[in-house]
Design a binder for this molecule. Structure first.
Ligand code: NAI
Length: 478
C-alpha cells in the first residue's frame, strides 16, 4: 500500500498544525482533518482559524481546498483513508477511578470504535494522542473485536513533540520523529509507510523507529524530564529569594555545563501543559506497583503547584495582606506566549486566588478570547458562583485600559508585547503605591523601580523605591 489519503481524527492543537504541514510537504497526498465539533471545523474553513499558531494561517491558506480539507464528514474520510491519525484529546479524568491523575481515554476509545464501525478496507491506525503505555493494545482490541471480514489493521504509535507557540517550526524542523510499531513483517511495512510520509521533509536519520511500547513511554518520559528541569529551577528560585542569589544567574552558570545545557532552565510562575502527562506517568507507576517511582515524579507536579501558590501568596502579602476591594490587572491569560490555549494556565490559579480573596480583576491577553476567559473562570472546578465572577472580572482589548486605576499588575504570560509597553504611562494611571509582579521575569525591573513601581519577581529579591527613599530620610535625621 502506498498512502494516498490520510484522515486525521481530531482538529485540535495537534491534528490541525500536523496535518497542515503534512499537506504542505506531501502535495500528492490528500489530507482530511475531521472533528465532531461543527463549530471547530467551520472555523478551520474560515479566515479566523480556531487556534493561533505563528505561520499556520499561511500554510492553511496555501493548501486548503487543494490537498488539505477540514470536514465533519467523518464517515467518508475514514472510508477513503489508507492511514488514520488519532489526534483526539486525552485530558486527566475528573471522575471515577484514577480521578485527577489517569488520562481519560474515552475520546481515543470513541475514535477507535468509529473507525471499527466505518472501515471497509485495511487501515494503518496511528496513535498521535499522548496515551499511557500499552494504549495501542486497547485500540487494537476494539478494532479486532469489531473487525469486518477482509479488513485488517496495523496500529502505530507516533507521538507528537510539537510545543504550542512554535508548532510549525517544531513540525518542519523536528528534532526527531518517533514511530513505534509491531515487530512483525506487517508491522515493519506499516512503519515504513509512515516513515515515507515524514521523509518528504525529515532526514531519515532523524526518524527513530522502536517497538510500540518504547514509543508510547518515550513521549511520557520526554515530557516528564522537561517538566523536571522546570521544577528543579523553580525549586531553586525559592532558595534564591531567601538568600539574595539571582535565579537567572544561577541558571546561566549551571546551564554552561555542557552535560546540563541551557534550555528549559527558565524559572517562572509555574503551570504547564506537561502536568497531565506526568500525572499519567505517576498513575501508570502506581498501577505497576512502583510506588517509589510514582512518588519521584509526583514531586515534579507538586513543585509546580508550590511555585504557583508561592507566587500568588507573595502578591497578596505584598498588597498589605489583603486584596479585598482592590483592583488587580492580569496581563496575559494564555499558558505561554504565541498561543491562545489556556489549559493549565497559571493565570487561572492567580485569578481564582485573588477572586477568593475579594479582588476585582481586569484581564488583558492579546490572543485569548473574552468568552474563553469567562469560561475558564466560571468553570465548576474554579468557582462556586459564576455570577460573582462575572461581576468581579472585566476583560479588556487594550493593555493600557486594563491597567487604569489598578493597585497592582500581575504578569502571567511572557508575551513579547508586554516588554515594550509604556510603563511610565501605565504608572501614571494606576493607584499608588503601584505594584508590579512579574511572574515571567521578562521586564526591565530596574527601569520599573526607577519609574516608581514596587516590583516583585521570581527567584530574585529586588529593592523597593519606597524603602530607598525612607533610608535616605533616616540618614538625614541621624
Ligand atoms: P484538542 O482538545 O485541541 O483537540 C482534540 C480534538 O479532538 C477536539 O477538537 C475534539 O472535538 C476532537 N475529538 C474528540 N473525540 C473525537 C472523535 N471521536 N471524533 C472526531 N473528533 C474528536 O487537543 P490537542 O491539544 O490537539 O491534543 C490532542 C492530543 O495530542 C492529546 O493527547 C495531547 O496530549 C497530545 N499532544 C498535545 C500537544 C499540545 O501542545 N497541545 C503536544 C503534543 C501532544
Amino acid at each position: 500500500m502506498v498512502v494516498k489519503k490520510i484522515c486525521c481524527v481530531g482538529a485540535g492543537y495537534v491534528g490541525g498544525p500536523t496535518c497542515s504541514v503534512i499537506a504542505l510537504k506531501c502535495p500528492e497526498i490528500q489530507v482530511t482533518v475531521v472533528d465532531l465539533s461543527k463549530s471547530r471545523i467551520a472555523q478551520w474553513n474560515s479566515d479566523k482559524l480556531p487556534i493561533y499558531e505563528p505561520g499556520l494561517d499561511e500554510i492553511v491558506k496555501q493548501c486548503r481546498g487543494k490537498n488539505l480539507f477540514f470536514s465533519t464528514d467523518i464517515e467518508t474520510a475514514i472510508l477513503e483513508a489508507d492511514l488514520i491519525f488519532i489526534s483526539v484529546n486525552t485530558p486527566t479524568k475528573t471522575i471515577g477511578n484514577g480521578k485527577g491523575r489517569a488520562p481519560d481515554l474515552k475520546y481515543v476509545e470513541g475514535a477507535a470504535r468509529m473507525i471499527a464501525d466505518i472501515a471497509q478496507s485495511d487501515k494503518i491506525v496511528v496513535e498521535k494522542s499522548t496515551v499511557p503505555v500499552r494504549a495501542a493494545e486497547s485500540i487494537l482490541k476494539i478494532l479486532s473485536a469489531n473487525q469486518k471480514p477482509g479488513v485488517s489493521y496495523q496500529i502505530l504509535s507516533n507521538p507528537e513533540f510539537l510545543a504550542e507557540g512554535t508548532a510549525i517550526n517544531d513540525l518542519i524542523n523536528a528534532d526527531r520523529v518517533l514511530i513505534g510499531g509491531e515487530e512483525s513483517p506487517k508491522g515493519k511495512t506499516a512503519i515504513e509507510e509512515l516513515c515515507g510520509i515524514y521523509e518528504h521533509w525529515i532526514p531519515r536519520e532523524k526518524i527513530f523507529t522502536t517497538n510500540t511500547w518504547s514509543s508510547e513511554l518515550s513521549k511520557l518520559a520526554a515530557n516528564a524530564m522537561l517538566a523536571q528541569r522546570i521544577s528543579s529551577i523553580n525549586s531553586l528560585s525559592a532558595v534564591c529569594e531567601a538568600t539574595g542569589a539571582d535565579v537567572s544567574e544561577v541558571a546561566t552558570a549551571v546551564g554552561l555545563d555542557s552535560r546540563i545545557g541551557s534550555k528549559f532552565l527558565q524559572a517562572s510562575i509555574g503551570g504547564s501543559c506537561f502536568q497531565k502527562d506526568i500525572l499519567n506517568l505517576v498513575y501508570i507507576c502506581e498501577c505497576l506497583n512502583l510506588p517509589e517511582v510514582a512518588a519521584y515524579w509526583q514531586q515534579v507536579v507538586d513543585m509546580n503547584e508550590y511555585q504557583k501558590s508561592r507566587f500568588t501568596a507573595k502578591v497578596i502579602q505584598s498588597l498589605f495582606n489583603t486584596v479585598s476591594g482592590k483592583t488587580v490587572t492580569i496581563l496575559g491569560f494564555a499558558f505561554k506566549k504565541n498561543t491562545g490555549d489556556t489549559r493549565e494556565t497559571p493565570a487561572i490559579h492567580v485569578a481564582k486566588t485573588l477572586l477568593d480573596e475579594g479582588a476585582t480583576l481586569k484581564i488583558y491577553d492579546p490572543k485569548v478570547e473574552e468568552d474563553q476567559i469567562y469560561y475558564d473562570l466560571t468553570h465548576p472546578s474554579v468557582c462556586e458562583s459564576p455570577e460573582m465572577v462575572k461581576k468581579a472580572v472585566s476583560v479588556y482589548q487594550d493593555a493600557y485600559l486594563a491597567c487604569e486605576n489598578s493597585h497592582a499588575i500581575v504578569l502571567c504570560t511572557e508575551w513579547d508585547e508586554f516588554k515594550t509597553l509604556d510603563y511610565h504611562k501605565i504608572y501614571h494611571v494606576m493607584m499608588k503605591p503601584a505594584y508590579m509582579f512579574d511572574g515571567r521575569k521578562i521586564l526591565d525591573h530596574q527601569a520599573l523601580i526607577d519609574i516608581g513601581f514596587h516590583v516583585q519577581t521570581i527567584g530574585k529579591t529586588l529593592q523597593r523605591p519606597l524603602l530607598t527613599r525612607l533610608c535616605g530620610v533616616n540618614s538625614c535625621m541621624h
